[in-house]
Design a protein around this ligand. Structure first.
Ligand code: ATP
Ligand code: MG
Length: 247
């Protein structure tokens, strides 16, 4: 949305002119609300359509099985549902439903469930996790944070497809003095320096079936919790995604 806009000029205007700041802020809010409304309106019928297709797949299993056309339709519908989910999430990312919950337990659960899904897929990835026992309760949006953990784990898994080395994924979390540090490390393909600045841009993706919203959504969610997200990467050692949350 901010493509073709001189951001420096816009920021200067906002700093020096109170009316301009108010109008630009409102325009941005209106834009977010419009995208969220459209995504929401399309998402409901789309979800019904996809659920019906799933039902048809089981009712007519023999016909559906092995039909390329049907597979294409299912893939397309699933992709649309994911995209609309992410779009809604992108625009709701900073509206938190806060409550106190056991963060250590949630981190451990996310790791276990992800490792199970790797097992189920018979993946070659060796996943290890270490979650500090001192991570106790946290006041935040549990569902949204679970989504962030899943996003970064899934990105690591994707980066490990066609890995030159034995693919490894490490998920760890520890409590420091004033913050909780959560890291997801993979020894996968790494991120070329020329795209590092684009990673959090909505719709930026290098994947054939990616929506490019995972990191954009994750950043909004983490920053809404007054946390930070940072990615360091190189071709030889892979990638580390570091998230901090206030302790
Ligand atoms: N661990 C990683 N290793 C290598 N590249 C990564 C990693 N994490 C993210 N990326 C790069 O950042 C891009 C953006 O990631 P993001 O999660 O926002 O979108 P995506 O994974 O492409 O799609 P989706 O919206 O389905 O998550 C990816 O396409 C990939 O190029
Ligand atoms: Mg992703």
């Amino acid at each position: 949305m901010l493509t073709n806009i001189d951001l420096e000029k816009m920021n200067h205007l906002m700093e020096t002119n109170k009316d301009a700041k108010e109008i630009i802020t409102q325009l941005l809010k209106n834009h977010d609300a419009a995208v969220a409304t459209i995504a929401h309106e399309i998402r409901n019928p789309m979800t019904v359509l996809y659920s019906s297709m799933q039902l048809m797949s089981s009712l007519y299993a023999e016909t559906a099985k092995g039909s390329c056309v049907w597979e294409e339709c299912m893939d397309g519908a699933r992709h649309m549902c994911d995209l609309l989910d992410d779009l809604t999430e992108l625009n709701n990312g900073n509206q938190l439903n806060r409550a106190s919950f056991p963060l250590g337990h949630v981190l451990r659960n996310s790791a276990v469930l992800f490792a199970m899904s790797l097992n189920f897929e018979k993946s070659k990835i060796e996943m290890t996790s270490s979650i500090d026992k001192n991570i106790k309760r946290f006041n935040g949006d549990r569902t949204k944070l679970e989504e962030v953990f899943l996003n970064i784990l899934t990105n690591a898994k994707d980066a490990l497809a066609d890995c030159k080395y034995a693919p490894r994924l490490q998920f760890r979390a520890k409590k420091l003095d004033d913050k909780i540090l959560i890291q997801c490390q993979d020894n996968g393909c790494g991120i070329p320096t020329e795209i590092v600045d684009k990673l959090y841009e909505p719709f930026f993706t290098t994947k054939e079936n990616g929506t490019g919203l995972g990191l954009a959504v994750s950043k909004r969610i983490i920053e809404a919790h007054n946390g930070t997200i940072d990615i360091t990467s190189d071709h030889t050692n892979g990638t580390i995604v570091s998230i901090t949350l206030p302790a």
